[in-house]
Design a protein around this ligand. Structure first.
Ligand code: ZN
Length: 401
């Protein structure tokens, strides 16, 4: 098929682009080099291109048949504050930032899809919106792009939205995997400061020690999670920050801890906030201490549309063969701000196995590791699948109208 040959012929360009992005990762909402690079790549294509205001996003619109519907393809663009240790010849040159989650691959695959679709323009039953998104790693770049109108960038609301995420571990090389319904967790942040009254370590009865109360809160949180929530709708709570005191024989005024809470349903998300905050307030009360509790909502559950996920699986099987799609049995406890897009419009999301040859998917370093590696060889497949999803979804929409 022409699209497949076109995708293969892009390989060396895609690899060069990906290596350039990989050498210069940028973190957060402002990614000037990455944005510039994307703009350069899109420059010669017949696209309407715009950039964001609150963030260095790029939105490109390809016009297909006039009067047709529109679909959206998304690639996130940001790196992480990780010092790369892969030793690759195209490793990060910044020293302290790395494309450790493979978002350089996502940018490249989306550029590839744009090139492929521009070549198929006369066959397109409608418009395609390309969403190049900064700030996925905790900055809610997707939410900001939605606020700036990405879902309506073609002049109408998109009817379907699709994204891919590469995996440096777990998923076999070249295999796409997804599931209907909850696919990634909701992520929320807990911030607690226990307020006591400092004193001499030898005389705790003259002070109000916040440290044992904090310790009790941390262990009681684990107990309450297992005693309160249905094990078949899991909740994960991890305390990753604990700070108190300056010296072994001084009782500090305050003790501080922070945690992350992952849930897979809106009901559990609501309930977790209620249960966690109540427990912390009451342990503090039991010890006669004050406490500040903040419960910050980060990303909602990434929930794919069942019909769209079936469409994605069928497209993978048709284009690459049935062995290239594996149903995802359990959701992933990580979170994604593509959840914002999927909460607004139907669509789907898939992981793509990119474990380099010679590494065992079961033991290879996972995304976010300083040793995480992603194989360039999957780039043409990712670009091709995105392009196929757009072409076929537009066709299907027109057939249904
Ligand atoms: Zn990621």
């Amino acid at each position: 098929m022409a699209l497949h040959e076109d995708a293969s012929s892009l390989t060396s360009d895609l690899v060069a682009l990906r290596h350039d992005l990989h050498r210069r990762p940028e973190v957060g909402l402002t990614l000037p080099h990455t944005q510039e690079r994307v703009l350069t790549e899109l420059d010669s294509l017949p696209l309407e291109v715009g950039t964001g205001t609150a963030l260095s996003s790029v939105i490109a619109v390809l016009r297909g048949r006039p009067g047709g519907p529109a679909v959206l393809l998304r690639g996130d663009m940001d790196g992480l504050p990780v010092s790369e240790r892969t030793g690759l010849d195209y490793a990060s040159r910044t020293g302290d930032t790395m494309h450790a989650c493979g978002h350089d691959m996502h940018v490249t695959m989306l550029v590839g899809a744009a090139r492929l679709l521009c070549g198929q323009r006369e066959k397109l039953s409608g418009d395609v919106v390309f969403m190049f998104q900064p700030g996925e790693e905790g900055y809610d770049g997707a939410g900001k792009m939605i606020a700036e109108g990405v879902l309506d960038a073609a002049g109408q609301r998109v009817v379907g939205a699709y994204g891919l995420h590469v995996s440096s571990s777990n998923v076999p090389h070249g295999v796409f995997t997804s599931r209907p319904g909850p696919m990634l967790a909701a992520s929320d942040r807990l911030i607690v400061t226990v307020r006591g009254a400092g004193g001499h370590g030898s005389a705790p009865f003259r002070a109000k020690d916040p440290v044992p109360a904090m310790a009790e809160m941390i262990t009681a949180l684990q107990t309450t999670i297992t005693r309160t929530f249905n094990v078949f709708d899991p909740v994960v709570l991890t305390v990753g920050v604990v700070h108190a005191g300056t010296r072994h024989n001084i009782i500090p005024d305050d003790a501080h801890f922070e945690g992350t809470i992952r849930t897979f349903s809106e009901a559990n998300r609501e309930k977790a906030e209620e249960v966690v905050v109540r427990l912390i307030r009451n342990v503090a009360l039991a010890h006669g201490l004050e406490v500040d509790v903040e419960y910050e909502r980060e990303y909602p559950v990434t929930e794919t549309d069942a019909a769209e996920t079936e469409f994605l699986a069928a497209t993978v099987a048709d284009v690459f063969g049935g062995e290239r799609f594996e149903p995802m049995i359990n959701p992933i406890t990580g979170a994604e701000d593509f959840s914002r897009v999927l909460a607004a419009v139907p669509g789907s999301f898939a992981m793509l196995g990119a474990v380099p040859p010679g590494l065992d998917p079961a033991t290879a370093a996972y995304n976010h590791s300083p040793n995480a590696q992603f194989d360039d060889a999957v780039l043409p497949s990712g670009a091709e699948l995105l392009a196929e999803l757009a072409i076929r979804r537009l066709e299907r929409e027109v057939a249904h109208v």
